[in-house]
Design a protein around this ligand. Sequence first.
Ligand SMILES: [Fe+2]
Ligand SMILES: [Fe+2]
Ligand SMILES: [Fe+2]
Ligand SMILES: [Fe+2]
Length: 327
Amino acid sequence: MIVKTTPEYFELLNKAVAREIQVAAQYILQHSAMEKLKRKVIKENYLLDTTVYDELGELLEKMAIEEMKHLGHIMERIYLLGGEATTKPSKITIGKSLKDFMKLGEKAEEEALELYRDVLKMARSLGDDATFKLFREIYKDEEEHLLKFQEYLDIEDEVPEIENDPPESSWRKIFTPEYIKMLNKALAAEISAIVQYTNQHEKASKELHRKKKAPLEILKGTNKAAVISDMLKPIFMEEMQHMEDIAERIYEIDFEAVADVDPKPEIGEGPQDWVVLDRDAEDYAIVLYRSIIKKATELGDIKTKRMFEKILEEEEAHYWQFDDFML
Ligand SMILES: [Fe+2]
Ligand SMILES: [Fe+2]
Ligand SMILES: [Fe+2]
Ligand SMILES: [Fe+2]
């Protein structure tokens, strides 16, 4: 045992995990909305090479990546301490305008700082120095995030009049609410996979430290958990790209992304479970995306169809990678 922990301590650390999943998804989805927003809101934007939307879009993407790193570090710490990292995010709110994004960001960062002060206090009282140091680093980042959001709080963007219906056009009628629901279901599946694979990747670090048994494992300084964990990293990078692409497409056709985590991520105990559960996750995505491709073909939504065909190819490759490891 690294340090004597309490259930309250893990509860607190998991609140931090929930926050980090929330903001990572929130910022990346807001980033995905920017492209659409900038053309929709300020008409003259097409004259510019770069706009405040591009700038803040980049900023949000950069922050999302930092939050993902925080998430990984906190999850890893929880596993090393003998706990179990949650997969359930705090409530993700995307908002509709630049001003919304900045306000929601400010609120999220303030809440994070408040929570992390509690974590720091408890880590110190338990003598958990490594966690204390980790959160001190994270705290610095969140403070910077807060200050960044505050810089942009007074930004004025025109929110398109809600009463103004979009101009009549026949082809856009193909985008029915049921169809958008399917696309959001795909988005939820990507978020679920990202959370599941990140969590397992961090859980593997504990396995690596504790479960070297076979002489070859000792000789090579690695084990099955570590091999699968390495495999998960490029895969979840691809899921991140899928998530962004799907969200951008939803915004492009003038709807809103809904941030959900569905199906519920399944973590499992060790590498043997991971390959089974991850193959199932890929199987779920493949079946869902095939139905989306079918529907998109039927509706004549060629761009979405092609996008999902490309994604489907990658999910299939993921599927076989996991399948190869099953006994
Ligand atoms: Fe963070
Ligand atoms: Fe942050
Ligand atoms: Fe994916
Ligand atoms: Fe996948």
